[in-house]
Design a protein around this ligand. Structure first.
Ligand SMILES: Cc1ncc(COP(=O)(O)O)c(C=O)c1O
Length: 397
């Protein structure tokens, strides 16, 4: 009964988004969606930039960027000098893979459910250096954090240099025990790197309490920032060791006005920083619209529907959908040999935007719920999948 008022306010929030009304948008998880006030702020900053390019590049831009970084740090629970803006989490991962100076025989510990782009970055660096990427098989269906922590610990050897793990996985949409993994890494004297691409504004995050050595997250997903806004956090002892991918004027700066770490990573030659500067507007938007409540409501909707979708697809539930392991996304396994065609079919024939993802030899379909969605969207998905299953095309139940 307590649900209704939130649903009404969620419907009212729809008007803030530019998403086309004739399409059912269940793929917020991939690139988010930016609300009008943030988009307008971004566009006004771009205009300002064009009106006075030199002033914006040299004076006003850096000032606004510093203020934005401070607001982001407040949101993430870290010091403003411990975090820098980067374009995307892939970029942050490559910064780290290039700075670690892995040697033959070194090991990087990760899981078999990592995001493909990040997995490729680690694989590439391990191949270049002769290091080994150890992918721990995550117990599936996922029923218990301790099982995963135990499995990870069993694979730590004297050669393990770093553990890399998603905080929320991509294809399977699982919340992983990031804090326990950071504690485990500390106990064994290895570095922890948590990929929190999906985390900020999705589940609670406090970087100081978490204790990760390295953390990256996207601002263009659940924080609703413009595409290409993300961050890299480094614990203080690492800030001198980790070099940026692009060396520019921020190295040995002539007029340092921020920490070495910030200067090195954020002063990168000519580029458009206006997206990064909109982040305080994203935070304001979320505060104005009680985003914690909105997010809780979305999670209820996600969880209330999970079991019926897994039943429809006749596959085990990916995880118990009760908030311990899943947030605003649920991903169900399907028996499908043509994931890309199914995704196209759902969009073209049913006007549903939803990702169908191959992960090793398994295929998952993942729905995301945000402020503009309603129970009707999931009903449409259910009916579409039911039709597809009944026709015996793409999904074989
Ligand atoms: C878990 C995870 N890590 C990293 C990324 C990388 O994001 P990007 O492609 O923006 O670098 C994603 C993107 O969806 C992701 O889901």
């Amino acid at each position: 009964m307590g649900l209704k008022p939130y649903f009404y306010s969620m419907n009212a929030l729809k008007e803030h988004f530019l998403l086309k009304p004739d399409s059912t948008f269940l793929n917020f998880g991939s690139f988010g969606a930016t609300p009008r006030p943030v988009l307008e702020k971004w566009q006004s900053l771009q205009r300002e930039f064009e009106e006075e390019p030199i002033q914006f590049m040299t004076v006003r831009g850096p000032q606004l960027l510093a203020a934005s970084r401070a607001a982001l740090a407040g949101f993430l629970g870290c010091d403003a000098s411990d975090v820098v803006y980067v374009t995307n989490p892939s970029y942050a991962v490559s910064i780290i893979t290039h700075s670690l100076h892995l040697r033959p025989g070194d090991e990087v510990l990760t899981t078999d459910l990592e995001y493909g782009a990040c997995d490729r970055a680690w694989d590439h660096m391990c191949q270049l250096t002769g290091a080994k990427l150890v992918r721990v098989k995550v117990p599936f269906p996922y029923t218990d954090h301790t099982e995963l922590v135990h499995a990870m610990e069993q694979h730590i050897t004297p050669m393990t240099k770093l553990v890399f793990m998603s905080h929320i996985t991509s294809a399977t949409a699982l919340i992983f025990p990031a804090k326990e993994i950071c504690d485990l890494a500390k106990k064994h004297g290895i570095l922890s790197f948590i990929d929190g691409a999906h985390v900020p504004a999705h589940i609670p995050l406090d970087l100081k309490t978490l204790g990760a050595d390295i953390y990256t997250g996207a601002c263009h997903k659940w924080m609703m920032g413009p595409k290409g806004t993300s961050f890299l956090y480094l614990a203080k002892p690492l800030q001198k060791i980790i070099a940026p991918l692009v060396v520019s004027w921020g190295f040995d700066p002539q007029n340092p006005d921020a920490s070495d770490f910030v200067m090195r990573h954020e002063v990168q030659g000519t580029r458009d920083i206006t997206g990064f500067i909109t982040i305080p507007t994203c935070i304001d938007f979320m505060q104005q619209h009680q985003w914690t409540t909105v997010s809780a409501q979305c999670k209820e909707l996600v969880h209330a529907n999970a079991a019926r979708f897994s039943a429809l697809c006749q596959t085990p539930m990916t995880a118990a959908a009760d908030g311990r392991y899943t947030g605003q996304m649920y991903s169900m396994q399907i028996r499908c040999k043509e994931p890309m065609q199914l995704q196209r079919h759902l969009y073209e024939q049913h006007h549903i935007e939803i990702p169908v993802m191959q992960l090793g030899d398994r295929v998952f379909i993942r729905y995301s719920i945000n402020a503009f969605n309603s129970a009707t969207d999931l009903d449409k998905l259910y009916t579409a999948l039911e039709t597809i299953i009944n026709k015996g095309i793409y999904i074989h139940a």
